[in-house]
Design a protein around this ligand. Structure first.
Ligand code: ATP
Ligand code: MG
Length: 264
């Protein structure tokens, strides 16, 4: 099992688009993939066609585990992780949805003794371990949920929108990454930095140059270009990789790179 966190605290850089389309591309290449929505906005869940059902979600898993990690708290029965896994018929991929309740996770985890390991504990479930890839769509924040994702992950993919201000905040993300790696998760690695929404402008080219100076071999060769296909795809709740689209092709190429990098 390979756990990949898609992270950048900057909003709107294509984390969710990357999680969904990398996930479906890997699944199409024959891998077993589980997508985890770790964002209270639940954009990934809606992209995958999730309709509210009465079953438990990521919020229930996180809140219950956090409660049970809290000293003195009355222990609650954990939801069965396998029962939280949904299947998107259209996108042919498994996922655990989120909902707005996850916004309270910070507060719930505050009291937990090992609050950074709540997600790691959830993902240690045997049904999860059967997947080749577990891909976590992180929220745009540097809070405890992000730290949980980095603590549970083998590697992180950092999508960077190749537009103005793109580099702001990458230092802070790097600092958190280093802290998690040096304290709770020494195996954590940067799988790659992914330029997204690239276009033919000088600013886009200059951001890619700066990223390459900074991250060198950690840069993915694949760049995701700017296209209205992305918005159409999430609107239709259908992965870019299911039809012949330019971005779908790019995400499939990315999947090949990810597989190669995860093996080495
Ligand atoms: N390659 C692309 N070209 C053009 N638009 C894109 C591309 N990728 C994503 N978008 C659009 O940009 C917006 C933000 O994308 P997305 O939701 O994937 O970002 P995010 O990083 O997950 O955002 P948040 O931080 O809010 O979770 C969406 O409207 C999406 O359709
Ligand atoms: Mg998102």
């Amino acid at each position: 099992m390979n756990v990949i966190a898609i992270a950048n605290q900057k909003g709107g850089v294509a984390k969710t688009t990357t999680a969904v389309n990398l996930g479906t591309a890997l699944e199409l290449s024959g891998k077993k993939v589980l997508l985890i929505d770790l964002d209270p906005q639940a954009n990934m869940s809606s992209y995958l066609g999730f309709e509210d059902d009465d079953k438990e979600t990521m919020s229930d898993l996180v809140m219950t585990a956090a409660n049970n990690f809290t000293m003195g708290a009355q222990k609650r029965d954990m939801p069965v992780v396998g029962e939280c896994i949904r299947h998107s018929e259209v996108n042919k991929v498994h996922y655990i949805p989120a909902d707005i309740g996850l916004a309270y996770a910070d507060a719930c985890m505050m009291q937990a003794a090992t609050r950074e390991s709540v997600l790691k504990f959830i993902l240690s479930d045997e049904t999860v371990r059967e997947y080749d890839y577990v891909i976590i769509d992180c929220l745009p924040s540097l809070g405890i949920l992000l730290i949980n994702a980095l603590a549970a992950a083998d590697g992180v993919i950092i999508p960077v929108q190749t537009q103005k201000f793109a580099l702001d905040g990458l230092d802070m993300l790097g600092e958190i990454y280093n802290q998690v790696k040096s304290t709770i998760n020494s195996k954590l690695d940067i799988i790659g930095v992914l330029p997204t929404m690239a276009d033919n402008t000088n600013i886009s080219r200059s951001i890619i140059e700066k990223l390459t100076e900074r991250y060198g071999g950690k840069m993915f060769d694949t760049h995701i270009h700017k296209s209205v296909e992305a918005a159409n795809s999430s609107e239709r709740r259908k992965s870019l990789c299911l039809n012949k689209t330019k971005l779908g092709e790019e995400y499939r190429t990315l999947a090949v790179e990810v597989e190669r990098r995860c093996k080495t």
